[in-house]
Design a protein around this ligand. Structure first.
Ligand SMILES: [Zn+2]
Length: 142
């Protein structure tokens, strides 16, 4: 996911939209029996602020599919995570670095994905979990 600022400058632009489809190399999901659907979609706008700074704003659209943690039924859910990051070639500590007029979104997007990843996977907010037959309830005295 590389944006070439030189290409943007050639077109006389300081702002441009982007769209990437990408497949993270690392395993970003730690929920058992749940997979991240590939590719993940990343879209947004990049704005050149000054010589050393560019601002990227966008959205990461991803979907998880697998086994609901509560009821164990197969499920699929879509998520949209907004992100906004500053990229700097001057080495400012809080920012993502860029070199040679090329901005690589990969690390910023991976970081955001990890941050947005749910810790449990539930088919719906109203999932009641595993429904045991009546007789099971009787046996357990619930
Ligand atoms: Zn469920």
């Amino acid at each position: 996911m590389i944006i070439d600022l030189k290409e943007m400058a050639k077109k006389g632009r300081t702002e441009e939209d982007f769209f990437f489809e990408y497949s993270p190399e690392e395993e970003l999901v730690s929920i058992p029996n749940v997979k991240l659907e590939l590719p993940v979609k990343v879209l947004g706008t990049i704005r050149r602020v000054d010589k050393n700074t560019a601002f990227v704003e966008g959205e990461i659209c991803f979907a998880l599919s697998g086994e609901c943690t509560r009821c164990l039924e197969p499920a699929r859910r879509e998520y949209a995570a907004k992100f906004a990051e500053e990229f700097s070639s001057a080495g400012a500590e809080d920012d993502y670095p860029f070199f040679a007029e090329k901005i690589d979104l990969t690390k910023a997007v991976n970081d955001r994905l990890l941050f947005e990843m749910p810790i449990a996977f539930v088919c719906g907010e109203d999932c009641k979990g595993i429904e045991l037959p009546e007789s099971e309830y009787d046996k357990r005295g619930v």
